[in-house]
Design a protein around this ligand. Structure first.
Ligand code: HEM
Length: 442
């Protein structure tokens, strides 16, 4: 018996959503990595949100259709376990297609930035209403951001399984399952029609929507690009107004400082002013260095990690929104001594095979004087985490920043060189200094 086909509506929605999802993931990654100063960043976000909410709407229609129309059964010859896995995969897909855009919508709704969402520049989509009483909006925004990215990547993972199974049906089993979802005339017309509508939306956004932006939202873009803290409010007519934030109370400059002042400089855990934003910084790896300084046999040695990446979101005016995340590829450690470098990768030291990365993730960053900061956070090496405090100085000049600092750690806290002979025979000191110099651009 011929394998029954999905209806044209189901086929249309299947392929439209599949294509949109791939575009949405690629676009999401692209825009996330754009520097904040890129003028097109705001537009990318608006289009991402417009397409994402379209996916949510189409998914609602699709689920409604699915509940009202029984899909064709898998071929009778397919083993029971395959049918069960196919069913589970399909329902997890539906859940992800709902939860991913919802997490994105929740992220922008709770964001202290309070940026509006215009559906292709046509009309404003309201924020989700559930976050009125939330105190730490920045922290909740971060949580939704993580969930959003996780859910989006889960779609990709499930897609790999789904496409693999579909191809197996099509080319190994040749049982008609792949063909049952192949578009025919009706579905081609449906797919084309939806893309024409969305395409017109995108074109409309770039022509008319940009006029809307110029009149209404563009000060937001301007303020975003200036890097200066600002407050965003709406008047009764619905227009956005941007107020520069009042000067923060800042620590005295080095010229103004007396020794007493240095001693008395309080440790300020700054709360971000409402509307102040931490911006993302892109590290210039060529101009940055991560070093470790140890002692072996009574002589000091210095090494570097040549391969590390850092995700830095930072603004002196928005410290509670700021964060530093560093990932170091342990295999890149080198100290210019062949024997030592050969040993460092072994299980007794970095155990590169099982623990290819070491990380630092900040929890709190504070200002401790003019241009001086401390970042508390967890340093994790070989799955062993310890709370440390990185002390660093920072010099921001326009869109460029240079930071330098370090921390002293005890190597055995991280399971490095635990065999006592490293201490007794080789005389490798327990204390290791980690130092960094970072050059970054926003
Ligand atoms: C099924 C639909 C969606 C998919 C597959 C998707 C996928 C993605 C991906 C892969 C990223 C990059 C994540 C990262 O690198 O951190 C991203 C970022 C983002 N998404 Fe979505 N998204 C969808 C819907 C939405 C919706 C509906 C909204 C809001 C209304 C939204 C708002 C955002 C925002 C604001 C970011 C940027 C986060 C950042 O820059 O840190 N997304 N999205």
């Amino acid at each position: 018996m011929d394998q029954a086909r999905y209806s044209s509506v189901a086929v249309t929605l299947h392929w439209v959503i599949a294509i949109l999802i791939l575009g949405q993931i690629a676009g999401g990654l692209y825009m996330h990595n754009l520097p904040n100063s890129a003028p097109e960043k705001f537009d990318f976000y608006q289009l991402h949100k417009s397409f994402g909410l379209s996916i949510l709407s189409l998914t609602i229609v699709r689920l409604g259709w699915r509940l009202m129309h029984k899909p064709p059964a898998l071929p009778a010859a397919a083993p029971g376990w395959q049918k069960i896995i196919a069913r589970i995969t399909h329902w997890i897909f539906y859940a992800l297609l709902f939860l991913t855009p919802l997490a994105g919508w929740a992220m922008v709704s709770v964001s202290p930035l309070n940026l509006p969402t215009y559906w292709f520049g046509l009309f404003e989509i309201p924020h989700l209403p559930f976050f009125d009483g939330v105190e730490d909006r920045g922290a909740l925004e971060d949580t939704f951001k993580e969930r959003h990215a996780f859910l989006a990547f889960s779609i990709l993972a499930l897609l790999a399984l789904h496409v693999g199974a579909a191809l197996k049906h099509g080319f190994l089993n040749k049982d008609g399952v792949l063909r049952s979802m192949a578009p025919k005339v009706g579905a081609y017309i449906g797919i084309a029609a939806i893309f024409v509508v969305l395409g017109i939306g995108a074109v409309f956004y770039s022509i008319v929507g940009s006029a809307e932006k110029n009149s209404d939202v563009s000060p937001v873009v301007e303020a975003l690009n200036s890097g200066e803290p600002f407050e965003l409010t709406r008047d009764e007519k619905g227009s956005w107004t941007i107020e520069p934030m009042l000067e923060q109370e800042v620590a005295p400059t080095s010229d103004e400082k007396t020794d007493d002042a240095v001693l008395q400089t309080p440790t300020i855990e700054e709360a971000s002013p409402v509307g102040a934003r931490a911006t993302s910084w892109i590290v210039d790896e060529g101009a940055s260095a991560l070093k470790f300084i140890g002692e072996e046999g009574g002589a000091s040695f210095e090494g570097t990690f040549s391969d590390f990446s850092a995700d830095i979101i930072f603004s002196p005016d928005a410290l509670s929104e700021s964060s530093i995340m560093v990932e170091v590829r342990t295999a890149s450690a080198a100290s210019g001594n062949e024997f030592r470098d050969g040993t460092m990768v072994d299980s007794e030291w970095f155990d590169v095979k099982d623990h290819p990365t070491a990380t630092f993730k900040s929890s709190v960053i504070r200002n401790v004087g003019a241009g001086a900061y401390e970042a508390d956070g967890a340093l994790t090496i070989k799955d062993l985490s310890k709370d440390i405090t990185l002390a660093f100085t920072l010099d921001i000049d326009g869109d460029n920043a240079n930071a330098a600092g370090g921390v002293d750690v005890i190597r055995t806290d991280y399971g490095l060189g635990m065999n006592s002979s490293w201490l007794e025979k080789e005389n490798v000191a327990l204390g290791v200094r980690i130092e960094f110099e970072i050059a970054a651009k926003r």
